[in-house]
Design a protein around this ligand. Sequence first.
Ligand SMILES: NC(=O)C1=CN([C@@H]2O[C@H](COP(=O)(O)OP(=O)(O)OC[C@H]3O[C@@H](n4cnc5c(N)ncnc54)[C@H](O)[C@@H]3O)[C@@H](O)[C@H]2O)[C@@H](O)CC1
Ligand SMILES: Nc1ncnc2c1ncn2[C@@H]1O[C@H](COP(=O)(O)OP(=O)(O)O)[C@@H](O)[C@H]1O
Ligand SMILES: [K+]
Length: 459
Amino acid sequence: MIPVVTPVEMAAIDASAPEPLDVLIERAGRAVAAAAIDLLGGTYGRVVNVVVGKGNNGADGRVAARRLEARGVKVRVIDAAMRPPVLRRSDLVIDAAYGTGFRGEWIAPEVGDALVLAVDIPSGVDALTGEAGAGVLPADRTITFQALKPGLLLGDGARLAGHIDVADIGLDVSGASQHQVTVDDVAEWWPTRAIDAHKWNGAVKVIGGSPEMPGAAVLASTAAARAGGSLVSLSAPGVTVATPPEIVQRHVAADDFSADALVDIHRFGALVIGPGLGRADEVLMATRACISDATVPVVIDGDGLFASAWSAEGPAPLLRDRELATVLTPHDGEFGVLTGSPPGADRVASVRAAAADLGCTLLLKGQTTIVASPPEAEADPLGGHVWFVTNGDQRLATAGSGDVLAGMIGSALAMGLDADKAAAASAWLHADAANRTPADGLLASDIVDAIPAAIGAIR
Ligand SMILES: NC(=O)C1=CN([C@@H]2O[C@H](COP(=O)(O)OP(=O)(O)OC[C@H]3O[C@@H](n4cnc5c(N)ncnc54)[C@H](O)[C@@H]3O)[C@@H](O)[C@H]2O)[C@@H](O)CC1
Ligand SMILES: Nc1ncnc2c1ncn2[C@@H]1O[C@H](COP(=O)(O)OP(=O)(O)O)[C@@H](O)[C@H]1O
Ligand SMILES: [K+]
């Protein structure tokens, strides 16, 4: 896992560092110079433009400039405030105009075909939110210090940062409450089956689908089975769905189905509820009853989220009353249904606040997936842990892909993973499975088929 800290947290970490700022700046500048030489493939005859601002980001750039000059590189230092609209030709531009202290607007100069190395974050990107104006110079590489910043992982920032390296400059970020998930984390977390396992160890119940939307139930249940669910039972209210033969179907009525659907729930490790259920009043009512009565960890997705919020009191009373883990998997629209408004510019703060308010693990979908746990202590209202999952791409934006993710999380919960790790590891594997498919023409069921290869690769 790679720590992620906000600009405010970084300033506090910096302030409590045992070493003076100029030592940290020297280390940062040295790391930038090393990355520059790596990008340049040498120093002889190379020309580098370094754009420096008046803050510490600029100071990092000046140290790098001095070091590169000492190595024989021809270096031009350009004050950000006095920049010309177009820089003279160079092999590389080091963008050290602004870092975490950026506010307002920034129009970078034109740099021709030079490579671009951003110091800490591409200048002009909001290090908290990832928001950026049109004038930001896209970087080939960003060298950031000690920890990632949320703005490198979210929105425009993720696109503009290029390849990201994290340089150790001797700061202590061990208290970070946010981390990016890596392949090593998933390999460590994802359960393996015991040698004496039987099919009821890790069984998943799915309540989803409807006469109008049977496909969502097929995707969620087959994904649960492919991800390790040893026995997957599907109840699709009012309809028998065409599933692979391995999915056990338990028929339930189109209304008032909660008692029938949950009759043997104690045998299952987790329940996935919502994909494709639809929004008829009687379905929403029965879905709420299932959520409240399920004596297992639950993943609530799609129409299940709508059902949770379908009350004059909102979703909090139903969800807070649950004693076992609950994972909510909204996209931005469903997040709005759950909380009354879509996520704000600071997506992490929005997800943390919702997780705290609802007492659930919350997975917010999007280009970057954010998972937040509810806080452990009441005194720490926004204190839950946060995971960023960044390995997916736009291939995942296809109908049914979220149903697949819900099934995978159900499987992870049934195998005993903690809710936050179940959600984060599933999102990582879901993206990795999609990355194994062709770049165009992806069907959600292709993700299901690629799940075993994705899991196999972490073993
Ligand atoms: N512990 C740390 O966090 C360390 C941080 N370092 C560097 O320090 C940077 C943060 O330094 P600072 O807090 O000085 O912030 P910046 O260097 O990002 O810039 C702050 C200065 O630029 C001005 N400014 C901001 N936006 C502007 C705009 N649009 N137009 C004109 N002026 C603008 C501000 O008023 C302020 O004077 C980090 O990004 C990193 O590069 C390193 O030097 C080493 C240690
Ligand atoms: N541009 C993108 N880059 C990476 N992942 C994406 C992108 N767009 C969507 N996703 C992911 O794809 C999935 C879509 O889920 P969802 O919107 O619920 O789809 P559906 O309702 O059709 O099943 C989520 O896991 C989401 O994080
Ligand atoms: K910068």
